[in-house]
Write a protein that binds this ligand. Structure first.
Ligand SMILES: [Zn+2]
Length: 176
């Protein structure tokens, strides 16, 4: 979900998930899939939680060769998206496109669900909007906690940013 969402945010998550949320606003900030980008985690996270978050990022970064990683110390030269947890029952996660930042509910504790919520919010950071489940199954279905990015989701990122070519791949292509 976004920061600038409508009044549905005051409804319980189950109702948001059922209703499908309201119209998406325009994203103020989105991040180039092919540019070095770091999701900056709180230093105090349990290893299992940090691992689940990294898994959520890898749903996109591995198949698309995106130079996106998780870290607790941002690197100069890379774009940084801070990630933090707050104690709320109003949403599973949201992408604050103004900060920008990824905010997760501390109530999402199951690693598999947490990975999906992270993948959904990273999808927003990459420029994707919500996709109604009536249109198709997508990681960007509102309230989604169990659908990982699928081939159509991945294709939408490539449509926005083009196909990423990693430095290693460029090096390999340069070889005779
Ligand atoms: Zn969302």
């Amino acid at each position: 979900m976004f920061r600038r969402t409508c009044a549905l945010r005051i409804l319980p998550p189950v109702l948001i998930a059922t209703f499908g949320g309201c119209a998406d606003p325009t994203l103020a900030t989105r991040f180039d899939a092919c540019a070095p980008t770091e999701i900056v985690l709180p230093e105090s996270l349990a290893p299992a939680v940090a691992s689940a978050i990294a898994d959520g990022v890898r749903f996109w970064s591995e198949p698309l060769s995106m130079p996106w990683t998780t870290t607790t110390a941002a690197t100069t030269g890379a774009s940084a998206i801070p990630l933090r947890f707050i104690d709320t029952g109003l949403f599973y996660g949201r992408y604050d496109d103004l900060a920008p930042a990824i905010i997760l509910s501390s109530g999402v504790t199951d690693p598999a669900r947490l990975s999906i919520v992270v993948a959904h919010e990273v999808g927003h950071a990459l420029g994707l909007y919500h996709r109604s489940p009536d249109a198709r199954v997508s990681v960007m279905n509102p309230g989604n906690v169990n659908v990982a990015p699928n081939a159509e989701d991945l294709a939408e990122i490539t449509a926005i940013w083009g196909a990423c070519t990693t430095g290693a791949r460029r090096g390999m292509l340069a070889l005779p």
